[in-house]
Design a protein around this ligand. Structure first.
Ligand code: FAD
Length: 450
């Protein structure tokens, strides 16, 4: 008998989910999501892999998926613990024959998959390709020959027809009769509710955008954005610091797989069929291709994505300055626009693309701090965090990534004049009256030399 374990991970949806479609063909099935205890341990860059706002977004989405799976006769087991230990224990307990996982480029997933394969050598591993628009086989080059710049990549893949055919599952196989043992630390409905409420209470004064986790919420945003005229003016407004409709706001749902990249592509195509193709709709498509490029780059360069010297293999002239870093994290730098952006990100888990570029450039160029500290801090705070996109963009700005021009330095005075000339954005987000005017409380000349 085929006994399948489906590890639900960044594919948290019923519709257009090729992994779930595959799972639906097995004889018996268990669906499991893991809240990994490692996410809550402080890492080398003094940050957590999972912040409060993203945890809440994820739990809301897991709750929604759980109730949708119940309608199909299944159950979502949400387990808190070490991923490998928990998944391995389930494989043992249920004599799992098949393990289904959506394939993703991160080292976290790769390491877990490799360890599980070692521990369960007879289990058939199915890695389903659906996190990217194209499959590896469809790419017109071998991964090792991925173009060195985004523009070359875009030129090559733009000619490819993206497969936007979508699937839906109407029924799922039965669960295993045995209960999942307590030792797996299952989080039931009550624990999830408590966790979500805890985050809401902490957060009661929150203003700005609100993102609710789940397939339905993601689908509603997809429909809302493409049913108004916003995609037709995307190119002119995407660099604005504020405004819900100035970009699609789909990233968080996309990165957790509440919606698929094929669904977004399908919506762009439909919009173009109805209203015509324009520079704006193409520009939105090109941003999706940036997402695509960073995923394939991550597959190719693997752990180099997280290294100081990056892809370029050169050391930036930066270091770690604890006082400066603290001021940046606490929105207390001498640069009001940077402080406003940091405040928005801390409070909402979201920041516009231009805001992200501004604060990243400030950390690297004005504060001379090792870019990895900023990337790790983003990892903790962004609701839409994605390893490939986040670390790829940070490398790009730090000048050690795929930017053929060798890094980006955003002039903060010019950026303020251009994007917030009347200070309206700063008025919303600058709540701290006490702004530091200097970077360092002790001048380098004053350090005692023994
Ligand atoms: C330093 C830095 C860190 C970033 N970290 C992340 C991250 O962790 N997760 C993330 O999804 N995006 C990240 N981005 C990219 C970008 O800022 C966000 O994707 C975008 O702001 C999300 O808003 P949106 O969905 O409204 O995007 P839209 O402008 O509507 O774009 C549509 C989609 O295209 C993709 N996209 C847009 N801009 C980029 C880009 N610069 N690089 C790659 N893909 C892009 C996203 O999937 C996005 O949802 C980062 C950018 C910078 C400069």
């Amino acid at each position: 008998m085929q006994r399948t374990l489906y590890w639900v991970n960044k594919d948290l949806r019923i519709n257009d989910n090729l992994a779930l479609t595959l799972a639906s063909q097995s004889e018996q099935l268990i669906c499991v999501a893991i809240i990994d205890s490692a996410w809550f341990q402080v890492n080398q860059q003094q940050a957590l892999a999972m912040g409060e706002l993203r945890l809440r977004f994820l739990l809301e989405g897991l709750q929604a998926l759980s109730s949708n799976l119940q309608k199909l006769g299944q159950h979502l087991h949400i387990i808190y613990g070490d991923s490998v230990t928990s998944l391995n224990a389930i494989c043992e307990q249920y004599a799992i024959t098949d393990l289904i996982i959506t394939k993703r480029p991160g080292s976290y997933e790769r390491d877990i998959t490799a360890k599980l394969q070692q521990l369960q050598p007879t289990t058939n591993l199915h890695l389903v390709e659906q996190f990217t628009l194209f499959t590896e086989q469809a790419l017109p080059f071998a991964l090792a020959d991925l173009p060195a710049s985004y523009s070359k990549f875009r030129k090559v893949v733009s000619a490819l027809a993206s497969n936007i055919e979508q699937t839906t599952v109407f029924a799922l196989p039965p669960q295993f009769d045995q209960e999942l043992a307590d030792c797996h630390h299952c989080w039931g409905e009550t624990v999830i509710e408590q966790q979500i409420t805890k985050q809401i209470n902490k957060d009661h004064k929150r203003s700005g955008y609100h993102f609710t986790g789940g397939e339905q919420a993601g689908f509603e945003q997809l429909q809302q954005y493409f049913s108004c005229s916003a995609p037709a003016r995307y190119k002119e407004v995407r660099n604005k610091l504020d405004g819900w409709d100035n970009s699609s706001k789909l990233s968080a749902w996309l990165n957790y797989g509440f919606i698929s990249v094929r669904q977004v592509m399908g919506s762009i195509n439909e919009f173009e069929q109805l209203h015509g193709e324009s520079a704006s709709t193409r520009s939105l498509y090109h941003e999706l291709l940036w997402r695509e490029y960073f995923q394939w780059l991550h597959y190719k360069i693997q752990d180099k994505l997280y290294q100081f010297k990056g892809l370029a293999n050169t050391s930036p002239l930066t270091s770690f300055y604890p006082e400066r870093f603290k001021k940046w994290c606490n929105a207390n730098t001498p640069f009001p626009l940077v402080n406003a952006c940091i405040n928005e990100l801390r409070k909402t888990g979201y920041l516009s693309n231009r805001g992200r570029q501004i604060v990243a450039s400030c950390l690297v160029n004005e504060l001379s701090i090792d870019w990895r500290y900023g990337a790790a801090w983003f990892e903790q705070h962004l609701i839409d965090y994605d390893a490939a996109i986040n670390w790829g963009n940070w490398q790009y700005i730090a000048g050690v990534g795929v930017d053929p021009r060798g890094g980006r330095h955003f002039n903060l005075v010019k950026q303020t004049q251009q994007h917030d000339p009347n200070g309206e954005y700063q008025d919303i987000w600058l709540e701290n009256a006490e702004q530091h005017t200097t970077l360092d409380s002790v001048s380098a000349d004053d350090w005692p030399v023994q």
